[in-house]
Ligand binder design. Sequence first.
Ligand code: NAD
Ligand code: UDX
Length: 459
Amino acid sequence: MKISKICCIGAGYVGGPTMSVIAQKCPHITVTIVDINEKRIAAWNDPDPARLPVYEPGLAEVVTEARGRNLFFSTDVDGAIAEADMVFISVNTPTKTYGKGKGMAADLKYIELCARQIAAAANSDKIIVEKSTLPVRTAEALKSILHNTGNGVSFHILSNPEFLAEGTAIQDLHDPDRVLIGGENPEAVQALVDVYASWVPRERILTTNLWSSELSKLTANAFLAQRVSSINAISELCERTGANVDEVARAIGTDSRIGGKFLRASVGFGGSCFQKDILNLVYIARSYGLHEVAHYWEQVIAMNDHQKRRFADNIVQTMYNTVSGKKIAFLGWAFKKDTNDTRESAAIYVADALLSEEARIVVYDPKVSAGQVYADLDYLGTRSPEENRRLVAVVNDPYEATGSAHAVAVLTEWDEFKAYDWPRIKEGMMKPAFLFDGRKLLAANRLPDLGFQYYAIGE
Ligand code: NAD
Ligand code: UDX
């Protein structure tokens, strides 16, 4: 099977960058990314690269190179499905907020809608690729929907989970550690292998059965998150014992069996994937009656919640047990640097805890809009939207954020924070000038020497 037309349903943080890179690297394939969100598609088509809906270093260049040549963004979902030989499903699979499995299971309604739409719009045989992160055995449900349409069209289903991390998506897509393809039909698997082999060395393209591929994605995220929770657990012990968590991380990370990556202690992991995927794993384990397995992975989330909470508690305690009426400047709102994504960002939960203590918060983030900050706080439902706007300000200038603040809290590890004029920031603050570094970002800035009361995670 030779692929000449690809359709991708879902123009989000995964569909957009992934398909843009396929189009860039495979000029012989026409790639059409479709979405029901008209505003998002309009933004992908915006001639001004600064207005693309996803901020990722290098993404604008890739889109500019391929858009209009063999890369298209459209709201015509049916039309793009009908034309394609291969359809990627890259829609969101958030944690369920209702019914059975509420707060744990993945909500598969968008996936099912896609399957039904594919079944209705297809008039020729197609390969369907699960790009979204899905519970193990979802392909079975997809198969059942697609094969019972009675329109004589046949479908092969593949699992091809995406391992890119936000902030480094383009780099990860250009040079992946591996590409994983699970499937039953060898020709269909080979067709997708051939797409990636345009730029990925063949030995890095792994092929497995469907269920191994689906389960490997949840497992990879669980392992990565587990490392962050493990080092965060040790960070608390460091704070009590005089050990330094960076030194411990270096000491253990140089053991080649452990490895040095994903050992940065932090205010807690965020992002749209880790928590959602572990909750899903826990739910699946429990549904098979594997309670010890479920309990084991649940602790990764429990530790992460604890880390976010104790960062906020430490701020209150250190500032003489009250932050009521005090101004606290937040540097960073995104869940990590180099992205405008704020889903599950630790900053949201730290802010919520401090607002409950009647703090006033002023946020500065280089890429996150005021509207997004308020939407994140409103979504929690802890207080009214009016109250959130009264207590929280969002500004475009870090010196404005920190001016006359009682404390500064670093929530995201944006590089630019290291280059700030810290003596000037201290001058402008209330004294003592408290600085809480949730990312251990400013250790080299010698802030205690400048007269800051400096507290970093794990020191
Ligand atoms: P997203 O919310 O940014 O994008 C999903 C898009 O799908 C939205 O624009 C939405 O409008 C669209 N959509 C939903 N239903 C649709 C339908 N029926 N027809 C057309 N469009 C529809 O989500 P995302 O971050 O891109 O994640 C997508 C999937 O990839 C999830 O399963 C996620 O777990 C997985 N994933 C995400 C990342 C990441 O870093 N964000 C990494 C790896 C895997
Ligand atoms: C993650 C996975 O890395 C990626 O493979 C998958 O496809 C999607 O989920 P992402 O959430 O985009 O990617 O970013 P990641 O770099 O994994 O960071 C997740 C969170 O963990 C961030 O909040 C980050 O700040 C935090 N983190 C990461 C740490 O606190 N310490 C670390 O050492 C690494």
